[in-house]
Design a protein around this ligand. Structure first.
Ligand SMILES: CC(C)(COP(=O)(O)OP(=O)(O)OC[C@H]1O[C@@H](n2cnc3c(N)ncnc32)[C@H](O)[C@@H]1OP(=O)(O)O)[C@@H](O)C(=O)NCCC(=O)NCCS
Length: 435
């Protein structure tokens, strides 16, 4: 058994006991009450899920196993002489509930490099799609094609004991994480670089190798990838992608099925696709206003026009957050350090100065502040990754770290099939109108 897996196995027994003891003592306690409006309103603010890997505070933002983004930037291992955390480190933290040291991170890099070979049929399956298929479609198809490799599927067919479900789920998750950058880079090079593919370099770290396979060799871009892949990894359990992975996984669908399902959710414009929409919207505004840096007044007018057309301003608002997203701030700090005079950065900054007031004045938007997606595209464009239809694939590669560590824990803790109740409007009316 590999050392990472052996270390994870030592965590399972105590965690299972902790949950069992807690449930024995507090299982009958009430967590809260909810209203009819919440049931119709997408279950906002109803605590109904367990997600051990991260927790979102509406005011403070995300904490990964208790650590904020600035704390991670300080405490997680980095490449020698560099500043950004290695995504291997956040995966270790999320999975093990323990900050990694340099050896832990190096071991993960090597482990993923060893697992990273993608079978040829996956590329052939992607190649069967028209070039015009959205990159997220190609990504999901690639993940599904890779399902031939599922160890959970094989083990289940052979009658695996339920106590051991975590083991092939761990194998599937590790293999998927190791192979996703290759699949993502393949799609990028296929669609945008005439199919001129770049072989992986197993000596590089996971994010550095991803940048290399995409065709971006500069150190700054590699640092950006490390930051990007760390901060997009997890956002507690109720967002569409994380919840979907957990839900589909609760049917004992393997990691490939569950992760592909989550990626279909990430591909929605109110979720991960918002990062592409931000750039599309910002460039359309710049073009319509004649290029250059628009004034605050011009931006405000353009925002009002968007809202009057019944559209949302992408990159602003959040279902849980009520402050500027710390993931936005981390990216803004990166831009301030590496590209303070970039024109698109100046536009994004000016949009930040204008939009919250406009959204607040509508009186209904609960959070007028920018979220993670309001900034990521600008950083990518600065380095020449201009093909914004691809951006959600990058988000998806990162999200794998969080949702798959969550899935491994779901199986380790023996989480049951998710099956909430539902009702009808007629039944609810009958219930309340009788009163
Ligand atoms: C993220 C989002 C889906 C959260 O939705 P939510 O929890 O329903 O948000 P709210 O409770 O604040 O929504 C209340 C109203 O304000 C609107 N609103 C919220 N954010 C808005 C925005 N950025 N632009 C315009 N209107 C917005 C909602 O559409 C809703 O309108 P409705 O009552 O007419 O349906 C929403 O803010 C949004 O659409 N943002 C833009 C897309 C985006 O950036 N997504 C990425 C999220 S990380």
């Amino acid at each position: 058994m590999d050392k990472i897996k052996a270390k994870f196995e030592t965590k399972i027994g105590p965690a299972v006991k902790e949950v069992k003891d807690f449930l024995a003592q507090y299982g009958d306690e009430k967590l809260g009450e909810y209203t009819v409006e919440q049931v119709y309103g997408g279950m906002r603010s109803m605590t109904a899920l367990i997600c051990e890997t991260s927790k979102l505070d509406s005011e403070e933002g995300i904490r990964f196993r208790g650590y904020s983004i600035p704390e991670l930037q300080e405490k997680l291992p980095k490449m020698p002489g560099q500043k950004q955390p290695l995504p291997e480190g956040i995966f270790h933290l999320l999975l093990m509930d323990e900050l990694p040291n340099d050896d832990d991170v190096r071991r993960l890099s090597n482990n993923w490099a060893r697992r990273s070979i993608v079978p040829p049929h996956v590329f052939k399956t992607i190649d069967a799609l028209p070039m015009s298929s959205h990159p997220m479609t190609q990504f999901v198809v690639g993940i599904m094609a890779l399902r031939t490799e599922s160890e959970f599927q094989r083990a289940y067919r052979h009658g695996i004991n339920k106590k051991d479900y975590w083991d092939p789920t761990y194998e599937d998750s590790m293999n998927l994480i190791a192979r996703l950058p290759r699949i993502a880079a393949y799609i990028y090079r296929r669609v945008y670089r005439n199919g001129e593919h770049i072989e992986p370099d197993p000596k590089l770290d996971w994010a550095g190798n991803f940048a290399h396979m995409l065709g971006f060799e500069g150190d700054e871009f590699k640092e950006l990838m490390r930051l990007y892949l760390t901060i997009h990894s997890d956002h507690e359990g109720g967002n569409v992608s994380a919840h979907t992975v957990h839900l589909v996984g609760s049917a004992l669908s393997d990691a490939y099925l569950s992760f592909a399902a989550g990626m279909n959710g990430l591909a929605g414009p109110l979720h991960g696709l918002a990062n592409q929409e931000v750039i599309r919207w910002t460039l359309a505004m710049r073009d319509e206003l004649g290029g250059g840096l628009p004034s605050k007044e011009q931006i405000a007018n353009y925002c009002r026009k968007t809202l009057n057309e019944g559209r949302v301003i992408p990159g602003f608002g959040h279902a849980v957050l009520r402050k500027t997203d710390p993931r936005y701030i981390a990216q803004r700090e990166f831009a301030l350090e590496y590209m303070p005079h970039d024109e698109l950065f100046l536009i994004i900054s000016r949009v930040y100065e204008v939009v919250p007031e406009i959204l607040s004045s509508m009186g209904k938007v609960k959070n007028p502040w920018p979220n993670v997606d309001a900034h990521s595209g600008q950083l990518l464009m600065h380095y020449g990754l201009n093909e914004y239809d691809f951006y959600t694939v990058l988000f998806g590669v990162s999200r794998a770290l969080g949702v798959l560590s969550g899935l491994i824990w779901d199986r380790a803790l023996g989480m049951p099939l998710e099956r909430p109740g539902s009702t009808t409007t007629a039944l609810l009316k009958e219930k309340f109108e009788k009163k």
